[in-house]
Design a protein around this ligand. Structure first.
Ligand code: C5P
Length: 294
């Protein structure tokens, strides 16, 4: 199944995801929450560079290298160790992670890194990725890893492991904004109050960005109140995005604290970024990803 590494270097993009909507539909006995969410990927991405080596090692660089917790850091190495255990070999890799996606921000950066590591190591180690149950490995690493392995817009249910193709999404500009304060996902889920949602099936094939916005208004994100209670900045950022004249829709991604605005084009999102009220906020103008990530 595996041979000695023939590749001298493998480079993989690990794109940030946004939850265009997120409904919490229940809670399992193990504490995990059941979701109904529309996930899309953006052009903003971390980069993994993998080279053959005797052992496994990880170097982190880039704008958010300094904010990595051990946990996120370890997701790439944890992915590598699990894959190695499944394959039953001891090949190594020197992995460099260029961290462009903010950490603990609702953008699934750690999960995207883990997914990119699994695909990248298969390539480096000359393993047929289709012959390995990467989704099973990914699901053990984190609830968002399966959709990151899928790498295309998706409707996600269960705790994140049930994935179906999304109806077609329009090309849209995206402005990602947070105030640089991290939010811990487990705490936001714990702080959520009220009944669970029972959303009808989402079968909207969006007619342009305005059509998508209309469909999203009816869904929203069930974790916004909890996130705002823990981090009032979220409300401030959402209001600032909503005030931008060209913004079609403003929402929060995942458990926050990053919020996103949708625009008719990336260039419009870029212009809008210049109008944000606080120069100290983190902001990235990007667009929905047109190509699969995997
Ligand atoms: O699996 P992952 O590491 O992404 O999840 C982090 C934490 O977020 C979980 O331990 C759980 O507390 C919460 N979570 C949840 N329901 C989900 C996903 C995450 O309650 N569907």
């Amino acid at each position: 199944m595996t041979g000695a590494s023939r590749q001298t270097e493998v480079v993989r993009a690990a794109p940030a995801k946004i939850n265009l909507y997120l409904k919490v539909t229940g809670r399992r006995a193990d504490g995990y929450h059941e979701l109904d969410s529309l996930v899309a990927f953006t052009e903003l991405h971390d980069v993994l560079t993998l080279r053959p080596a005797a052992d496994l090692s990880l170097t982190v660089e880039g704008p958010f290298a300094g904010t990595l917790t051990d946990q996120t850091d370890n997701l790439v190495l944890a992915a590598a160790r699990r894959l190695r255990a499944v394959l039953g070999h001891e090949l190594g890799a020197d992995i460099t992670l260029t961290k462009n996606i903010p950490v603990a921000a609702g953008l699934g950066g750690g999960s995207a890194d883990a997914a990119a590591a699994l695909y990248g190591l298969c390539e480096l180690w000359d393993v047929d990725a289709a012959g390995v149950d990467l989704v099973a490995i990914g699901a053990e690493l984190g609830a968002d890893v399966p959709v990151c392995l899928y790498g295309r817009p998706a409707l996600v249910s269960g705790i994140g492991e049930q994935i179906t193709a999304s109806p077609a999404l329009p090309a849209a500009g995206v402005l990602l904004v947070n105030t640089r304060r991290p939010l811990a996902t487990p705490e936001v889920f714990r702080a959520r109050e009220g009944p669970f949602s029972e959303p009808p099936p989402f079968d909207h094939a969006a007619d342009g960005v305005a059509g998508l916005a209309e469909a999203l208004v009816a869904r929203g994100n069930d974790l916004v109140s909890a996130a705002c209670a823990m981090c009032p900045d979220v409300g401030e950022v959402l209001s600032a995005l909503e005030r931008l004249p060209s913004c079609r829709y403003a929402g929060m991604s995942g458990s926050g604290a990053t919020c996103f605005g949708l625009f008719d084009a990336a260039s419009i999102a870029q212009d809008a970024a210049r109008r944000l009220p606080e120069p100290g906020w983190w902001a990235a103008a990007t667009s929905l990803r047109s190509k699969p990530a995997g």
